[in-house]
Design a protein around this ligand. Structure first.
Ligand SMILES: [Zn+2]
Length: 449
């Protein structure tokens, strides 16, 4: 089995990965809160988790990949203050929280496909697992680590030795205290769209308990790997660890991996700055979801990645160049095992995808290798990178008769210097999924991807 080293936030060092069960990996990825369209910043985290899963699979492991859908209980403030994000989304859109959750779950799953993210083994919803969450809270209560207020049932972090070890924060340094809600009561004067009966009163689960309860249900505790963005370290993951330990007396997961933020033009992404771009915002500027994936792979997951439109265009150009090259190659024969081993060495070193991509270009530029070997080699790399190269390797672009008519029309319009008509035709051609560019040698066509 290929040896993999990963940086474990718990303990803050790179470690050799050792699974709990031979040949198997249980992996839990904190999923989206489905009250809004996921931003490209969110998707950076899922690309990272996807590459990690692909690396395990390519290395011979059978992976059980769980990604939750948070459709209740995630409040506007991570510290249990403010409204439930789903209720905010419902008011914004004049719908019920249930409708909002369904809408954004479906949109998220289709965005995942565009990013070529593998479908998780299970995508459990918090609202489908209320009983499991209540059962876990009861266990924590039985073990004496809860207290109740007029507002809900809280986890008493002061009673747990070792609380805060993931982030390394001391309890007394935590602003406003570290206790967190396990169950929140419905307000007395209002009806929530989402609420359930519980042993403590009508209400809804806190945000963190869903991940401990659902990871236990689908992976068993402890499991191998837990991933998420670095913003999850101090509160959400710390609290998951606390809950699992309080309820079951075990460390929830052995490896905790966190990706850094995606910055936008050097700053934070925020709704007030109107720069929480979605995949559609990128597409409107000619940047495909796969090009964004390429951009993400170019940086180490633990470094901040600065998104600029220029960088995104650079990634799109690089991906176009790669696709143009591989389309003309011979059908894949056999991969060059030395190159594959070199590639695996890079990505097994805490997911060094940037060096992996550099090796892609080395293969593309290698004149001494037959193109059939290059094709097979890059497809082997792509098992980990996930750039969907299998759709384009040794597949010259096919242009339909319908598109060819429009292209010929456009060429004539250009020769007649009728640029208005040429632009109209370009848009018509784009509707067929083709991008036409004007070069010194005339029109050049590629698929939008
Ligand atoms: Zn989570």
């Amino acid at each position: 089995m290929n040896t993999i080293h990963l940086f474990n936030t718990l303990g803050r060092q790179k470690q050799e990965f050792k699974p709990l069960k031979d040949g198997q990996v249980g992996m839990y990825v904190c999923g989206p809160t489905v009250y809004f369209r996921a931003s490209i910043g969110n998707f950076r985290a899922y690309v990272f988790a996807d590459v990690l899963r692909r690396l395990f699979e390519t290395s011979g492991y059978k992976v059980t990949h769980v990604m939750n859908i948070t459709d209740v209980g995630h409040l506007v403030g991570d510290g249990d203050e403010g409204e439930d994000k789903l209720e905010v989304g419902a008011r914004r859109e004049g719908k019920t929280a249930w409708e909002v959750a369904e809408e954004y779950t479906n949109l998220f799953l289709s965005d995942m496909k565009r990013m070529n993210l593998l479908t998780p083994t299970v995508t459990p919803k918090a609202t489908d697992h209320i009983a499991e969450q209540i059962a876990m809270i009861q266990e924590i209560e039985k073990n004496g680590l809860t207290y109740q207020t007029s507002d809900g049932v809280y986890f008493d972090t002061a009673k747990q030795a070792g609380y805060g070890r993931l982030s390394g924060q001391k309890l007394e340094d935590k602003e406003g205290g570290a206790d967190f809600a396990l169950w929140k009561f419905s307000p007395a004067d209002a009806t929530r769209h989402m609420e359930w009966e519980s042993p403590w009163g009508k209400g809804f689960p806190g945000w963190h308990i869903e991940c401990s309860a659902m990871s236990e249900k689908y992976l068993g505790l402890p499991f191998d790997v837990h991933t998420g963005g670095i913003d999850h370290i101090a509160v959400h993951h710390e609290n998951e660890i606390a809950q699992a330990e309080a309820a079951r007396g075990v460390l929830e997961a052995n490896y905790w991996l966190h990706n850094e933020f995606l910055l936008i033009d050097g700053g934070k992404m925020s709704k007030s700055l109107n720069n929480t771009y979605s995949l559609d915002d990128l597409a409107a500027k000619g940047i495909s979801a796969l090009a964004f994936r390429y951009l993400v792979l170019g940086a180490h997951y633990k470094s901040q990645l600065n998104f600029t439109w220029e960088a995104a265009q650079g990634a799109q150009n690089a991906l176009n160049k790669l696709v143009d090259a591989v389309r003309l190659w011979d059908k894949p024969t056999e991969a060059d095992q030395e190159l594959v081993a070199e590639f695996m060495k890079h990505v097994s070193n805490d997911l060094d995808t940037a060096d992996g991509l550099a090796l892609v270009w080395k293969v593309v530029g290698d004149e001494s290798l037959p193109t059939g070997v290059k094709a097979a080699t890059l497809l082997a790399f792509d098992d980990v990178l996930g750039l969907a190269l299998e759709d384009v390797v040794a597949r010259p672009l096919k242009i339909s008769a319908e598109a060819q008519v429009l292209l010929d029309d456009r060429e004539r319009a250009r020769q007649a210097k009728d640029f208005a008509r040429s632009d109209v035709l370009r848009d018509e051609i784009a509707k067929l999924g083709l991008l036409v560019e004007d070069t010194a040698e005339g029109q050049r066509v590629r698929e939008l991807r």
